[in-house]
Write a protein of this length. Structure first.
Length: 464
């Protein structure tokens, strides 16, 4: 199949970078932490606002138009917009782009542009807008707002899709609230285990998943979580635009990364329990300090990861909680959460095995109880589909953009979409590779390149 795009298309690929930048900035204001950081956690008020925020955009536009007629119409428009803040922002942008919008039982949002052969399996693209605490404003967002703008680029060029094009906002990619990464895409990929687990999952405040979902207007009584599962062949291809979250593209002065594989992520939860006690009165030989057991395990994670024999193995202790958390009380409980990944699944699983052995050995030597050792997820890596890669390569050649093949060390919703559809991912450079922190930054120029490549590749895949 030749992926040559209709020539007319190339000369009309114009990205509205100003509008896109404004939307990224606007979306970043829906955050539970002050700018420049962004915190937007699944089903919290700010998350719901971001999905359904003000029709501010439309009301501002209407207000500006009305302004030529009545002086203060714009402000009425904005007040009205903010007042009806419960309506859709992302959904609204999709609506503005002429997409038909639907949501599933857990809040995955779909915006579809019908093709002239609507019965064929559509081509999908998308990403997430949830953000871990104190992170940045581009992770995931570029792949949602950029996807909507890619649709606008194609519409402005006069392109008519054969296969429908569908933009997907995955309800939650980050594990922050319920400890489950890629919750929305994992369900779309048909995880029965997750659908079952969500019936009893609670967050750190003991709010159940279902209660939180219902407070955001999802998972209604009659909804069955497994209704979210995508049917076989739902999409002919899935493509995600994302910042690299690494330094390679910027360091090598390249415009685009074509992802060939996504590393295999895993997360563990470990709890130790000891007798605790008075920090002054209990002499050292009489202690069984749950805090020191956790500290030793964290150092063992580092030891086993470094000992794997490959630079591709990584391990992080991002959460380490001590109870009761008082300076003069020996920790009677400790809670450790471990994230370990590798592009080689077996090597990663060997590290998990060694971490488990360490936890057991530390517990017995320190006479603490290993009250929990839980593997929350232990996912295989995902490979990108050859035909999607070829479509991206053809696009890059036509747009004369430099690129390289690369592995994604971060996981993404594409990791799960690869289970139900031929998958591809494209990266754009980000400043010093920074991500998951407020300094995260992607230039308008790089975002514009990413949107153009996405638009043209979607067009090619749609005509297949
Ligand atoms: O952690 C990850 O890899 C992703 O950015 N959530
Ligand atoms: Mn992330
Ligand atoms: Mn992401
Ligand atoms: Mn005292």
């Amino acid at each position: 199949y030749s992926f040559a795009a209709p020539n007319s298309l190339l000369s009309f690929l114009s990205v509205d970078s100003t509008a896109l930048e404004n939307q990224i900035d606007e979306l970043s204001t829906f955050s539970d932490t002050p700018a420049p950081s962004v915190t937007r956690i699944l089903y919290t008020e700010k998350d719901v606002l971001a999905r359904r925020c003000a029709l501010l955009l439309v009301f501002t536009l209407c207000g500006l138009i009305l302004r030529y007629h009545k002086e203060n119409a714009c402000f009425h428009g904005i007040d009205w917009g903010m007042g009806i803040c419960k309506l859709q922002y992302i959904k609204n942008l999709m609506g503005l782009s002429g997409l038909s919008v639907r949501e599933d039982a857990v809040g995955n949002i779909f915006g579809r542009w019908d093709g002239y052969e609507p019965d064929l399996a559509p081509v999908a693209t998308g990403s997430h807008i949830d953000a871990i605490p104190y992170s940045g404003k581009y992770d995931g967002v570029v792949g949602v707002l950029g996807a909507i703008e890619a649709i606008n680029v194609l519409k402005r060029s006069g392109f008519k899709p054969k296969r429908s094009l569908e933009v997907v906002l995955f309800t939650s990619e980050e594990p922050t609230r319920f400890g489950i990464s890629c919750l929305g895409s994992r369900l779309l990929a048909g995880s029965e285990a997750l659908a079952e687990a969500l019936k009893t999952t609670v967050d750190a405040q003991n709010i159940s998943f279902l209660e939180a979902a219902r407070s955001a207007g999802y998972a209604k009584e009659q909804d069955d979580i497994s209704s979210v599962f995508l049917k076989e062949g739902s999409y002919s291809a899935f493509l995600e635009l994302h910042i690299e979250q690494g330094p390679i593209l910027e360091a090598e002065g390249l415009s685009i990364g074509i992802v060939t594989a996504i590393a295999a992520p895993a997360s563990l939860k470990v709890d130790f329990e000891g007798n605790g006690g008075h920090a002054g009165a209990v002499l050292m030989p009489n202690r069984n300090d749950a805090g020191l057991a956790a500290a030793e395990l964290a150092l063992d994670v580092e030891k086993h990861v470094l000992g794997s024999g490959s630079i591709d193995t990584v391990g992080t202790v991002g959460i380490l909680e001590l109870h009761p958390g008082a300076i003069n009380s020996i920790p009677s409980k400790s809670h450790v959460e471990i994230d370990t990944r590798d592009i080689d699944e077996k090597r990663r699983n060997d590290v998990i095995e060694k971490i488990h052995q360490s936890a057991t050995t530390i517990a017995s030597r320190r006479r603490v109880r290993l009250s929990e050792f839980k593997i929350v997820n232990q996912d295989p890596p995902a490979l990108s589909d050859k035909s999607v890669i070829e479509a991206m390569e053809a696009t890059l050649k036509e747009l004369n953009l430099t690129h390289k093949m690369m592995i994604s060390r971060a996981y993404h919703d594409s990791l799960f979409m690869a289970r139900v559809s031929p998958m591809g991912m494209l990266f754009i450079p980000c400043y010093k590779g920074y991500s998951h922190k407020p300094e995260e930054y992607a230039s308008s120029h790089n975002i514009g390149n990413g949107v153009k490549v996405l638009a043209l590749t979607l067009a090619k895949l749609s005509l297949k």
